[in-house]
Design a binder for this molecule. Structure first.
Ligand code: GLP
Length: 255
């Protein structure tokens, strides 16, 4: 496991963008994407770097697959993850909507919607999966207790998550989401996890150094051979306290 620790969140976000573009130049074309406040500076850095390099990714064979979407929200709702992606990434890069895949939380048959998404993911395969992490260690919307064999599924959000996200949400936060499962996430060839801020420090330390624990979904990433964490100093605080005991688990680089 590689761990990059940056002085601040903007540098961590920029390094994430740099690694994603490097992967693109190395041939990656299928990108699993995440939402949340952590991803705002990541996508801003990505757009800036893509523009600075004069890359036209809209004409490429690039495809994106988002981790999750709320149940019962129209795609046009300002709180939907589709709108978030449109604002921060798809519109600025002029990515055609047919190559930007998100779950439809308004589908008439949500189980079928999840099954279709799994089929699509299995057909394409993800070269890179970008992840944030919840303060309770959730990845995507896989809340504590989610089975590690889970494929794409419907999830009731935990009280912690609802409390964490309610303030930023325009309107009443939905209590359910569709999310790629933990198994689905682990199929990606490489995984980048970004965490910024002191509120993530405990979840990050447990995810990397703690025991495998079904109540800490991000600890499942210890089973993946190619995971890179990108942290700011605050999110890394607890990790550094445990560092000497865990040198065999991680390679730390300061950037
Ligand atoms: C969200 C998303 C996750 C995200 C996490 C952290 O609600 N479903 O994919 O990683 O919670 O969010 P934030 O970056 O806003 O802290």
């Amino acid at each position: 496991m590689q761990v990059y620790i940056a002085d601040d969140g903007l540098r961590a976000a920029d390094l994430t963008a740099e690694l994603m573009i490097k992967a693109y130049h190395d041939g990656a074309r299928t990108f699993g994407l995440a939402t949340g406040q952590t991803m705002v500076p990541v996508y801003q850095a990505l757009v800036d770097r893509i523009r600075a390099q004069g890359l036209d990714v809209s004409r490429d064979d690039l495809e994106t697959f988002n981790l999750d979407e709320y149940v019962g929200l129209p795609a046009t709702h300002p709180g939907s993850f589709r709108q978030f992606m449109q604002e921060y990434l798809f519109s600025p890069l002029h990515l055609p909507s047919e190559r930007c895949h998100l779950l439809n939380g308004m589908a008439a048959d949500l189980n079928q919607e999840c099954a279709h998404y799994d089929e699509l993911l299995e057909r394409r395969g993800l070269d890179i999966q970008l992840l944030g992490i919840g303060t309770n260690g959730h990845i995507g919307y896989n809340e504590p207790g989610t089975a590690w064999e889970s494929r794409t599924h419907r999830m009731r959000l935990s009280h912690d998550t609802i409390a964490q996200n309610r303030d930023q949400f325009p309107g009443d936060l939905p209590e359910e989401a569709l999310t790629m499962g933990i198994w689905s996430i682990l199929q990606a060839k490489a995984i980048l996890v970004v965490a910024i801020g002191a509120s993530k420090a405990e979840a990050v330390a447990k995810a990397i150094c703690g025991p495998l624990d079904v109540n800490l979904p991000a600890s499942a990433l210890q089973n993946h051979p190619d995971v890179t964490y990108l942290l700011d100093a605050k999110a890394a605080e607890r990790l550094l306290a445990d560092q000497s005991a865990n040198e065999d688990r991680m390679v730390i680089r300061r950037v």
